[in-house]
Design a protein around this ligand. Structure first.
Ligand code: ADE
Length: 421
């Protein structure tokens, strides 16, 4: 009997399975955790509701949790990020209930979250805090069973910290995102490559010689700027934080307010986590043919309603994920992927080798939560440093990279304070 699901088409399952296996080859750390989970069953009897981007990499995480004994369900964490073949394969080949369809409307998106919560989780696993948010707003009866949660993304962690600060958070959550092996690699190298990948797949534009404006110089913005520069683009950074702006200047980029950048940019990429970073007055200053894309978690960074209002013609989809808006004076502005995270809307998200570490953090965070949840307060926690380091060690080992060890003499030197000049 097929497990419960709401996916596009189960006939897509065989192709999804091949792609899941392809990703698995690039995920040695997660595989090592899965082998151990298989033997030790640390998640036995635990119900896990996951709200993540439904990708080949997520499928490998779900399989790992299942191997650890968890009873898992999965729903989408964004209406446009689901890979329908993967959703089908998880249902047909792994017997994991999945509720996710690429392009689902907002109503369906929340119906899917509801279905995942009907599973009555002990552990929530979020990418953007939608499960935690929904539980606290409208499903408080679930709180009794919940041991804790884990969170994948910066935006989700910001929301959770705001809840904890207000005393509203009712159970502990581990911010997988805050591990070094996550944000230093996933946010920088993952978002850097996959954002460029999404823009190139959507538009097939040459980046060399173009002016690319990157809004936000956090770990994601740094990665995007670095990769855009590597492709030959002239990179402009916009920031609100003086330290980050200074860092961008020292990294060799031009830094200026968006107002000014709007006049010179060819391609705009938002990665700030904030609202209306590209707003009506910026659209007014843009050049004909400007391309705007978002890489942040929510589709709020580009003021799309303003762009729609400014439009003097009915917007046209000129190629998949490229919508043309013509504003006063006949100027065309191209919005990519409905302003949703372009790396998952038009491409496949971060490569598996990156998600290997992000999802190793998630799997270990779930295990840690089950072991320690009862003794944790309703706060946001970071994974213990030794686990973070162990993930880095395993990844290096899998990559065949060896590093030095401290000698006894060096260890002693670092631990004393008497010796000076
Ligand atoms: N977030 C970014 N890239 C991802 C991927 N490939 N799978 C799941 N979540 C992601």
């Amino acid at each position: 009997m097929t497990v419960e699901h709401d996916v596009k088409n189960l006939d897509l399952a065989p192709g999804g399975r091949y792609r899941i296996d392809w990703a698995e080859q690039e995920m040695p750390v997660l595989r090592a955790i899965r082998d151990r989970f298989e033997r030790e069953k640390p998640l036995q009897g635990m119900r896990v509701s996951a709200c993540l981007h439904v990708t080949t990499e997520t499928a490998n995480l779900m399989h790992t949790l299942q191997s650890g004994g968890a009873d898992v369900v999965l729903c989408a964490s964004n209406p446009l990020s689901t890979q329908d073949d993967v959703a089908a394969a998880l249902v047909s080949h792994y017997e994991i209930p999945v509720y996710a369809i690429k392009g689902e409307d907002t109503g369906t998106y929340y119906d899917h979250i509801k279905a995942a919560l009907d599973h009555q989780p002990h552990i929530t696993m979020d990418d953007g805090a939608d499960l935690v948010g929904t539980i606290h707003k409208s499903r408080r009866e679930l709180l009794d069973d919940i041991v804790g949660g884990t969170e994948e993304t910066t935006t989700g962690v910001i929301r959770l910290r705001a809840m904890a600060k207000d005393g509203a958070l009712m159970f502990p959550v581990i911010a997988a995102n805050d591990s070094n092996t996550q944000h230093l690699i996933d946010n920088r190298h993952g978002t850097g490559q996959s954002t460029i990948d999404g823009i190139v797949r959507a538009t097939n534009l040459l980046l060399a010689g173009r002016t690319i404006v990157v809004a936000g110089y956090g770990w994601c913005g740094r990665g995007i700027a670095m990769r855009a520069h590597g492709m030959g683009a002239n990179v402009v950074v916009t920031e609100i934080d003086p330290l980050r702006a200074l860092e961008a200047v020292m990294d060799g980029y031009r830094v200026m307010p968006m107002e000014q950048a709007a006049e010179i940019g060819n391609i705009f990429i938002t990665a700030t986590g904030d609202l209306n970073v590209i707003d009506e007055h910026h659209f007014r200053s843009m050049k004909h043919g400007a391309v705007v894309a978002n890489s942040g978690h929510f589709n709020v960074e580009i003021n799309i309603p303003a762009l729609q209002r400014m439009s003097v013609e009915r917007p046209r989809l000129v190629r998949p994920y490229v919508e043309e808006f013509v504003v006063e004076g006949g100027k065309a502005i191209y919005l990519l992927g409905e302003g949703r995270l372009i790396n998952l809307a038009a491409a496949e998200g971060h490569p598996a080798s990156v998600m290997d570490m992000s999802f190793a953090n998630q799997a270990l965070a779930a295990e840690y939560m089950i072991r320690n949840g009862d003794s944790l307060d309703a706060q946001v926690y970071t994974i213990p440093e030794d686990l973070d380091k162990e993930i880095a060690r395993l990844k290096l080992e899998a990559m065949g990279v060896r590093i030095d060890n401290l000698t006894d003499e060096q260890e002693h030197y670092l631990s004393q304070w008497e010796e000076g000049t």
